[in-house]
Design a protein around this ligand. Structure first.
Ligand SMILES: [Zn+2]
Length: 301
């Protein structure tokens, strides 16, 4: 046996917790993720309940099989990022409790964008938790009524999906920071998928090491007839600015409002790297290709 191997054995024997247990404790909960993936196999419904799993440090996945909801905890209270559909609310609350946290300790709820699959549960969760709600100005205008935006590229479909109206406590813009205890969530406006699209970044820690979590909003250029992006050059230009801004970021651990878009569960399970270098650049270029495909389809019609 080499001296190096002997030293390693000694460390394992004398201080197993110190050497091996602590760093693993901060990473994704792989067994819980495996249970989640098994339960979610073949499920496409936005409200399909999924069990919770630690994503990294004090950031937990508490959403459904297909829609992300994140709980970020601190000893001074928590933040909930997105709320999925109204039908998903009981499972979100159950997930928070199953992790050992109290929904009443959530101080703020923030959101990605003003579509029913991300803010449909907002009013019910606001009521259940007593938390304050922070939204971008365009998202707040839609959330106040619960009626989808007639200018939305997906209005043709969304019009059949109103949601419970929400009173916003704080309007946030690019650079706004939501603070709870030591936690800082910074907002960046990323308009395109909707006018009020927002992304959120924070440091997630369980002791050391801390890592950046980037919750980057949907950037899919989806259109429901009769909407055509080619009729709205200002929307196309806005999208392109957002792609460029996202591509320029180092996003650390990328999380998207629909987990499958960024293979989140596979990454939590360890099948792919959790934090891919250039994850944001790759995400932005996929969005850009999607918009180009959509525009090309419109010109050939
Ligand atoms: Zn959407």
């Amino acid at each position: 046996m080499s001296a190096k191997a002997l030293a390693l054995l000694l460390v394992m024997a004398l201080a197993p917790g110190l050497a091996f247990t602590k760093p693993l404790a901060a990473g994704p909960d792989r067994p819980a993720t495996a249970v989640l993936m098994k339960q979610c196999e073949g499920k496409e419904d936005f409200s399909a309940p999924a069990p919770p799993a630690r994503l990294y440090g004090n950031t937990y996945y508490v959403g459904t099989c297909t829609v992300s909801v994140l709980l970020v905890t601190t000893p001074q209270g928590h933040v909930l990022v997105d709320t999925a559909t109204e039908q998903a609310v009981p499972s979100i609350l159950a997930n928070i409790r199953a992790l050992g946290f109290r929904p009443e300790d959530i101080r703020w709820i923030v959101s990605s964008h003003e579509h029913f699959d991300h803010v449909g549960g907002l009013a019910a969760l606001q009521k259940a938790t007593g938390a304050k709600v922070a939204l971008s100005a365009p998202a707040a205008r839609i959330a106040e009524t619960g009626k989808p935006d007639p200018a939305d590229s997906q209005f043709g479909v969304l019009k059949d999906h109103p949601f419970a109206p929400v009173k916003t406590d704080r309007i946030v813009a690019s650079g706004s920071v939501i603070r709870v205890g030591p936690l800082r969530l910074t907002m960046t406006a990323t308009p395109g998928h909707t006018t009020g699209s927002t992304s959120w970044t924070w440091q997630s820690c369980a002791g050391k090491p801390c890592r950046t979590v980037s919750y980057i909003d949907s950037i899919s250029a989806l259109a429901a007839p009769p909407y055509r992006f080619s009729d709205h050059p200002e929307v196309v230009a806005r999208f392109r600015r957002t792609f460029a801004a996202i591509a320029a970021r180092r996003c650390g651990i990328l999380v998207t409002p629909h987990p499958s878009v960024s293979n989140l569960f596979e990454r939590m399970l360890g099948k792919e790297p959790l934090a891919q270098q250039d994850a944001c650049r790759g995400y932005a270029s996929k969005g850009s290709e999607g918009l180009d495909t959509q525009l090309a389809k419109e010109t050939t019609k």
